[in-house]
Design a protein. Structure first.
Length: 255
């Protein structure tokens, strides 16, 4: 089961499996009732269970509550002529993770005004490793001075994190995989080996990701979404809200 919890609605899809080209046999959207994301999500899951048993759940959230950041961190070795063993390589990566997390949490707080403690670390992935400028797949066995790691980090606010825990407990759900759009695009980009700009427009915000030469050049969320386009149609073209929404949907669909 695939779930996207947006600002105003929940999108869902049921697949026979979650491999590439998986067949989707049911999908839909449910508007979130005021202040009841949990109850709306419970309704979607109960409806889905009526179609087929749920063996795996992959979920994502709005960029307003689910953040991704790409960070480049440098580490200088004191003994460059010595080959790195497992212990040293793990220690270096751990130190880089801690530096990157501190930097990213500070940046998230500055950009959102939300306290660092309210962000739950969801994942940290190493995108690239370089030693003295040369790309490597691992640090073990190599010599060198300057270590550069590019990381993809994702953070989820505390409220949706608690929602996941409640879902798992109340619904008896299997393990829930929380996946950010940037993580999915990273895997897609590596497989297809194509540069690209990816844009996802949600209700109140949009996500932009730039994939170039095998790495993210940019991943960013901006506070501009579909509802803002609707307001433009309302104000500039003098449309009623329902007419503006229908016009917007037809325009985006190319009709």
């Amino acid at each position: 089961m695939l779930l996207r919890v947006g600002e105003e609605a929940i999108d869902f899809a049921l697949c026979k499996d979650l491999r590439e080209n998986a067949e989707v046999f049911a999908h839909g959207t449910k508007e979130i009732q005021s202040f009841s994301v949990e109850s709306s999500l419970n309704e979607v899951i109960l409806q889905a269970k009526g179609n087929a048993p749920i063996k795996r759940v992959v979920m994502t959230f709005s960029p307003l509550v689910f953040k991704a950041a790409v960070s480049k961190t440098l580490f200088s070795r004191s003994v460059p002529a010595k080959s790195m063993n497992d212990q040293e390589s793990h220690a270096i990566e751990k130190a880089v993770f801690e530096q990157a997390e501190e930097k990213t949490r500070k940046s998230l707080t500055q950009s959102s005004g939300i306290l660092s403690a309210d962000f739950h670390g969801n994942s940290t992935e190493i995108l690239t490793r370089r030693i003295d400028g040369y790309p490597v797949t691992r640090l073990q066995g190599f010599k060198g001075t300057s270590i550069e790691l590019v990381l993809l980090q994702t953070y989820l606010l505390s409220a949706p994190t608690r929602l996941l825990q409640q879902l798992s407990r109340k619904q008896g759900m299997p393990a829930i995989t929380v996946l950010h759009l940037a993580q999915a695009l990273e895997r897609f980009g590596r497989k297809k080996r194509k540069n690209g700009i990816y844009l996802h427009i949600a209700e109140e915000s949009s996500e932009i990701a730039v994939w170039k030469d095998g790495v993210f050049a940019l991943t960013e969320a901006i506070p501009l979404g579909g509802t803002h386009f609707t307001k433009v149609f309302e104000n500039v073209l003098g449309m009623r809200k329902n007419t503006a929404q229908e016009f917007q949907e037809r325009y985006f669909a190319g009709k």
